[in-house]
Write a protein that binds this ligand. Structure first.
Ligand code: BES
Ligand code: MN
Ligand code: ZN
Length: 484
């Protein structure tokens, strides 16, 4: 991905780097106080004459003066001034990155407003998943110099750029894991990838099948039964000195969801390598926690396994026992996410944490309810979700609460066990039912369940994310943790 570095205006001014600059469609060139007003106006008029309107994502390249010398400019539209937000800036900066990546090797940019959001957009615009193919030969842009307009701003710009680079690194890490083919991300190899993160303030414990059996994780293990490849549970701990808060992050790590014996139709399986996006988020966060100097203690829990219909697979009607003793009648082996999370949540709830956040591509119903841009959240602690939601907003990620409707609890009562893994009332409220099921395993602790089935995957290219894994809620979670 593109490398960013902060550079003083004096150095950029005297270079022949193309200079990126932003403009509102109703207010002309934005910010860029180092460029004289007359030069800014001239650029705007010149760009308009070239057909540039300043709408979101519009971009044009032209020659013009900065007041002292002629240079090449890249103008990018921000849309209307009243609609401006960190997210419009992030997207506009990504458009600049997209526009420049095939044209220039290096670029300087005068970023408008929120420098961190802009820097994130620039860096992530260059993310590509290239594990299985040659790098794009047309991609040239390697470095962007972010202009520090006044010496007093240097520290602020540098820290914004650094933070953006770490956020982008984490997002790219999550995307890479999600995009990788399902046979190339076996639970044990992801366990090893997690183990490789240990050192410094991070310790990692990898729990294999036998130990999970000893712990009584019967619900989780029932999902792994249909695969010849063993499961792997990962417990990561980041413990900085003087931490006051302790947060647990729990991730669904289904490395491929075939549905098990309740087999999915082929089309629904096409994207099911993404069913470990929740666990990918957890690992991605751990990748950068220390470098971001997060003050809180963070523990991560990833329940990795394939969900396959092999010869010894769990059969509809089977009853299993989770780590907290609750029994579950499994009627649909495709509702496996809640089965692995049940044990992961019980395990996490025993670590004496202040809050538990779980991330899971849990239900197709979440996609029906909120589409592919919005995460469904359910909680037993509205204030906790409120704080996370505010952080998500800053990160440009949408989270919307769904209610944990008490009256629906009857629908997951079983005649032969404590719970059934699907609702008695079909079709209705599938996402809420998933949340109600998980709530049975958090022991009343402050908890939020994030159903990321929609946002974890992009069906087409966006300004700062190509088709495929998105790294959904990685930035939101880092932003939340950074505020503790
Ligand atoms: N991994 C799927 C959910 C999913 C669907 C994620 C589409 C992303 C896109 C999950 O394991 C699943 O199969 N859920 C079932 C639950 C049902 C059987 C109660 C579903 O959504 O159909
Ligand atoms: Mn499933
Ligand atoms: Zn699944």
């Amino acid at each position: 991905m593109i490398q960013l570095k902060a550079a003083p205006w004096s150095a950029v001014r005297d270079s022949d780097l193309p200079l990126g600059i932003f403009a509102y469609e109703d207010a002309g060139v934005a910010g860029a106080s180092v460029v004289k007003p007359a030069a800014r106006r001239a650029l705007w008029e010149h760009a308009k004459a070239e057909g540039f309107k300043g709408g979101p994502g519009d971009a044009v390249s032209l020659h013009g003066s900065d007041g002292a010398r002629q240079r090449r400019w890249v103008l990018v539209g921000l849309g209307k001034r009243k609609d401006a937000s960190p997210e419009t800036i992030r997207r506009a900066a990504a458009s600049m990155g997209q526009f420049a990546r095939k044209r220039f090797k290096r670029l300087a940019a005068l970023l408008p407003g929120d420098a961190q959001a802009a820097a994130e957009g620039l860096i992530l615009s260059s993310y590509r998943f290239e594990e299985y193919k040659k790098p794009d030969p047309d991609a040239q842009l390697a470095e962007v110099q972010v202009v520090v307009e006044a010496p007093a701003q240097r520290a602020r710009v540098e820290s914004a750029v650094n933070r953006a680079a770490l956020y982008a690194e984490a997002v790219a890490f999550a995307r890479d894991l999600v995009n990788r083919g399902p046979s190339d991300k076996r639970p044990e190899s992801l366990g090893k990838a997690a183990k490789d993160m240990s050192g410094g303030t991070v310790t990692v414990q990898v729990i294999g099948r036998e130990e999970a059996e000893k712990l009584g994780m019967g619900s989780y293990l029932s999902v792994a039964r249909g695969s010849s490849v063993p499961p792997c549970f990962v417990h990561l701990t980041y413990r900085p000195k003087g931490a006051k808060r302790k947060i647990g992050l729990v991730g669904k790590g289904i490395t491929f969801d075939s549905g098990g014996l309740s087999l999915k139709p082929p089309q629904s399986m096409e994207e099911m390598k993404m069913d470990m996006a929740g666990a990918a988020l957890v690992l991605a966060v751990f990748k950068v926690l220390e470098r971001l100097k997060i003050k809180a203690e963070v523990q991560g829990f990833c329940a990795f396994t394939y969900n396959m219909p092999g010869p010894d697979a769990t059969k509809p009607g089977d009853v299993v026992r989770a780590m907290n003793g609750k029994t579950i009648e499994i009627l649909n082996t495709d509702a496996e996410g809640r089965l692995v999370l049940a044990d992961a949540l019980v395990y996490a709830s025993r670590q004496n944490l202040d809050a538990l956040l779980d991330f899971a591509t849990l239900t197709g119903a979440a996609l029906v309810a909120l589409g592919s841009n919005v995460t469904a959240a359910m909680t037993n602690d509205k204030a906790l979700l409120g704080r996370y939601g505010a952080a998500a907003k800053r990160a440009g990620e949408d989270v919307w609460e769904l209610p944990l409707v008490k009256e629906y609890k009857d629908r997951i009562k079983s005649a032969v066990a404590d719970l059934r893994n699907i609702s008695k009332v079909r079709v209705e409220a599938g996402t809420i039912i998933g949340g109600l099921f998980l709530q049975e395993f958090v022991d009343g602790r402050p908890w939020v369940h994030f159903d990321i089935a929609g946002p974890a995957w992009a069906n087409g290219d966006g300004p700062y994310c190509p088709e495929g894994g998105t790294g959904a809620l990685v930035r939101a979670t880092l932003e939340y943790l950074g505020g503790l």
